[in-house]
Design a protein. Sequence first.
Length: 98
Amino acid sequence: MKRVAYHRLAAKELIDSALFYEHRRAGFGEEFLAAAEAALAFIRAHPESGRPGPHGTRSHPAKRFPFRLIYEVQPDRIWIVAVAHLSRRPGYWVRRLQ
């Protein structure tokens, strides 16, 4: 399996979202992180199966939460471009692409 790397802003989105959910209810942030980790495990096992997006990206949803992991399959890694909320600024992350 390919290694995974996060864009620094995607990592911040993941952490900020987990903290937001944790403040709403104890343990909910951990549930969000578990859903994101399950999505990432699926992506690692099946990198080409994500929904195609702009500029060669793909995405996969985090179950139970309104987020998608936006990623790019590169020769040596899977690069997580964004942990994107489905209701906020579609395509805001495009400028993060190399």
